[in-house]
Structures are given as structure tokens and as C-alpha cells.
Ligand binder design. Structure first.
Ligand SMILES: NC(=O)c1ccc[n+]([C@@H]2O[C@H](COP(=O)([O-])OP(=O)(O)OC[C@H]3O[C@@H](n4cnc5c(N)ncnc54)[C@H](O)[C@@H]3O)[C@@H](O)[C@H]2O)c1
Length: 415
């Protein structure tokens, strides 16, 4: 086992893995040493990216088992698609428990799984392995959230009382790969895909630093989902052209808008509220993350498109479409915000530094698979509320077996 530098192996070589690898230039004490993905070419490319950035002598492996058996690999970053989570976890845990290799920890991307039943299975597997585990919720680790939360609690809350309302939103114009749009594969629509971030970052802002998650308790959830854009006939066709005929929003739509209110109570029984909104039907400059935290005599607000750097391109600048200014960019002309260091500002760098240091010290991270499971419980309750059009007391019965209509291909958007 290493004492100074960990070796990290990635499962998955897609968009998210590349974000993590780019963030590694700001991470000490660990090298990217491996990538496995069923697409060998992509795994080679991701490994080459790591080598070119000098964040590790990464190589592509032929299987999860082979990667874990390599003594240079100490931890796994699980970044495959949601529908492969259990299969990937079973492969990792089998390799570890049958002595194929030794690991210290696993960090898993959101969503921990597609629903509560699957998330519980993921937790069961990690417990069986005895490994340390981290839930990769990047928004908790953005510099703005870390610093804003610390200052609000140290100044405003310490003198005038705890914050009582947190708002969080994540919005863009739609995901980059077909499986995200397919409810059965992804686990839902935008609610499952992106509200996982919003409910968790809002919960984090409202939790007093140093206190456990249980210091505030969810008691009720109300939510609404809708298909505002992508089931319109012209956009059904456009989506098919972009994502292939399996993404058929005339017959199997997923929601492209969701909002939820989660009612919590604090240790004294006072009400606290989380408002979360997510959308794949937002057309602005690009991805917009926004958060607010409100208390009796103070407030915090963050909007990633209010960036310090803005560029202007006149109509004479007719460059190719790209994603070089901001993630999920929608335009290349006019006044455009630029997120100067996305890997840091979206929290990847901070989260990777945190999980690496926990694993190196042999310490269980505070943001763990148990938090991923809690997030799944809140999201599934939100789907229940949207389907039943009523406020649901938390936790509802039958949560473990609940699979949203969107994820069963059975959702009919109504007006
Ligand atoms: N934190 C964030 O903001 C954020 C952003 C994007 C994605 N994600 C999450 O990261 C994960 C990966 O998303 P992505 O954007 O990279 O998706 P992607 O579709 O771009 O890439 C998925 C990768 O998984 C690989 N893959 C396919 N089958 C696999 C299997 N059986 N086992 C393992 N890997 C397999 C693919 O080859 C590909 O490399 C998802 O769980 C997603 O929800 C998180």
C-alpha cells in the first residue's frame, strides 16, 4: 500500500472521465494510472490525455479485473453510465473479495444508481468489500460553495441564526449522449440526472459545518415534472437526428423540467426549505448552476454564468460551434461568458483532492455512498409526488421498490 501517492484507475472514458482527468492538474498525492472502458479506443484516448497532462503514466486496461490486479492501482473512480453501475460494482467487489488485487477506496459518480433499490444494492456491495467509499458530488466542492458556506455560517448564522431557505438550480440545453435521454437507461429524465446535484448542494448549505447530515431531517417532498420542449414535434425530430432513433420522445419522453420542494426540520424542530429546479430546456450561453442561501439577516448567491471573464465576438466572427467557452455552450457570437477554469469552478478539483486525501489517510470520506443513497431516496420521493400530484411525507412506504414511470417508459406528460 502506498504511503505518499495513490494510483487511480478510471472505469469509463467519457465526458465525465475527461473532466476528472483534466482536474487532476490541481490534485496532489495521486496519479491517474489506468482507464478501463468497453470502448478500447476511448480508453486509450483518455489514458493518453492523462499522460499528455502529466497527471500520471496512465494506461488502458482490458478489463476491470486486470486494472484492479495491477499493483499500481489503489483506488477506483467509477464513471461508467448509470445502467452499468451495479455490473461495474459487482466486478470491482468480486475482484477485491477473491483476492485478484488490493484497493483502498472507490469514488462513484452521481447518480449512485437509477433508483433506491439499486442504490441499496450498491451500498451493500461496497460494505461487503470493506473499501472506503466516496460519493462524487462535485457541487459541494466548488470554491464558491466552500467559501460562501464557511463565511455565511461563521458570520451571519453565528450572530443572527441559522439559514432557513436554500435554492439550487442546474440548467442546460440537454445532455450529450443518447443514454441520458432514455429513461430506462438513465433512471429518469432531468430530475434524476441533475436534481441530484441541486438537492444535495442545498442540503449541504443548510447543514451547520461540523454537524452530521442527520442534524437536519427531511419530512416532506413536493415536486412537478414536465416536458416543455423536447416532446414538441419539431424537437422530437431534432432529438432523433442528434441522438438516434432509439431516443423517441413522441412515444417515450423523459421530463426536461423538474422542480421540487423538500421540507426539512432542524434540531429544534424549526422548518427549513430546499427549493430545487432543473431543466434540459434552458437555452442560454451554456450550463448555468445557481445557488442561494437565505437566513434572517444575510444571503448568498452564486450564478456560474455571471463569470468574471466575458468575451465579445461580432457577427463577422463566424467560427465553428464548440464548447471552448463554457460547458454545453449554445452560441459563439455576441457577449459570451467564459468559465475560466471549469474543472475547478464546478468542483471537480476540490472533490478529487478531498477524496484522495481521505483515501490516503485511510479515513472514510464524509460524502459517502450513504449520501448517494439518501439523494436517491429524495429524488424517488420527488417522482412519486409528481406522479401523484401531492405532497409526500418523507420517507414514504414502498420507496425501495419504486421505479418512476419515466424509467419504465410509461410516462405520459400531461398539461
Ligand atoms: N458530476 C457531474 O456533473 C457529471 C457530469 C457528467 C456525467 N456525470 C456522471 O458520470 C457518469 C459518466 O457520464 P459521462 O458523461 O462520462 O457519460 P458518457 O456517455 O460520455 O461516457 C460513458 C462512458 O462509459 C463507458 N461505458 C460503456 N459501457 C460501460 C460499461 N459496461 N462499464 C463501464 N463503462 C462503460 C463508455 O465507453 C464511456 O466511456 C454518469 O454516471 C453520469 O451521470 C456526472
Amino acid at each position: 500500500m502506498p504511503s505518499t501517492k495513490l494510483g487511480i484507475g478510471f472505469i469509463g472514458s467519457g465526458f465525465n472521465t475527461r473532466f476528472h482527468i483534466r482536474s487532476w492538474v490541481g490534485v496532489r498525492d495521486a496519479d491517474v494510472r489506468g482507464v478501463w472502458s468497453p470502448n478500447e479506443k476511448h480508453a486509450e484516448e483518455a489514458a493518453a490525455l492523462a499522460r499528455s497532462l502529466r497527471v500520471g503514466e496512465a494506461k488502458a486496461f482490458n478489463s476491470i479485473e486486470e486494472m484492479i490486479a495491477d499493483p499500481s492501482i489503489d483506488c477506483i473512480w467509477l464513471c461508467g453510465p448509470n445502467h452499468m453501475r451495479i455490473e461495474n460494482m459487482e466486478a470491482i467487489v468480486h475482484a477485491v473479495t477473491t483476492g485478484k488485487g488490493q484497493l483502498i477506496g472507490i469514488a462513484c459518480e452521481k447518480s449512485l444508481a437509477r433508483n433506491v433499490g439499486e442504490a441499496k444494492r450498491v451500498v451493500e456491495l461496497v460494505e461487503k468489500s470493506g473499501l472506503l467509499h466516496g460519493y462524487l458530488e462535485n457541487q459541494l466542492f466548488t470554491p464558491a460553495i466552500q467559501r460562501g458556506r464557511a463565511l455565511i455560517w461563521a458570520r451571519g448564522a453565528a450572530l443572527t441564526g441559522r439559514p432557513y431557505l436554500a435554492r439550487a438550480a442546474e440548467e442546460h440545453s440537454g445532455p450529450h449522449m443518447p443514454w441520458f435521454w432514455q429513461g430506462e437507461l438513465q433512471g429518469g429524465g432531468v430530475l434524476n440526472d441533475m436534481m441530484c446535484h441541486s438537492v444535495e448542494v442545498a442540503r449541504y448549505l443548510l447543514t451547520e459545518p461540523g454537524k452530521p447530515r442527520a442534524s437536519i431531517r427531511p419530512v416532506a417532498v413536493s415536486a412537478q415534472i414536465a416536458s416543455l420542449k423536447w416532446s414538441r414535434p419539431e424537437y422530437v425530430e431534432r432529438l432523433k437526428q442528434m441522438m438516434g432513433s432509439a431516443v423517441d420522445y413522441a412515444h417515450k419522453p423523459s421530463e426536461d423540467f423538474a422542480r421540487a420542494t423538500v421540507n426539512y426540520v432542524d434540531e429544534q424542530g424549526h422548518p427549513i426549505i430546499v427549493e430545487a429546479t432543473t431543466s434540459w430546456s434552458f437555452v442560454g450561453a451554456g450550463l448555468r448552476l445557481s445557488q442561494e442561501l437565505l437566513g434572517p439577516e444575510y444571503s448568498l448567491s452564486i450564478n456560474t454564468l455571471d463569470s468574471g471573464l466575458k468575451l465579445f465576438f461580432s457577427r463577422e466572427v463566424k467560427g465553428a460551434a464548440g464548447e471552448d467557452l463554457v460547458e454545453k455552450q449554445n452560441a459563439e457570437q455576441g457577449l459570451m461568458p467564459v468559465v475560466a477554469n471549469e474543472e475547478s469552478e464546478y468542483g471537480y478539483e476540490g472533490e478529487n483532492r478531498y477524496f484522495v486525501s481521505c483515501f490516503l489517510e485511510g479515513k472514510q470520506p464524509e460524502e459517502s455512498f450513504y449520501d448517494g443513497l439518501e439523494v436517491s431516496k429524495l429524488l424517488m420521493t420527488a417522482y412519486m409526488s409528481a406522479e401523484q400530484r401531492r405532497v409526500i411525507e418523507f420517507p414514504p412506504k414502498d420507496l425501495d421498490a419504486f421505479v418512476p414511470a419515466v424509467a419504465r417508459g410509461a410516462w405520459k406528460p400531461s398539461t
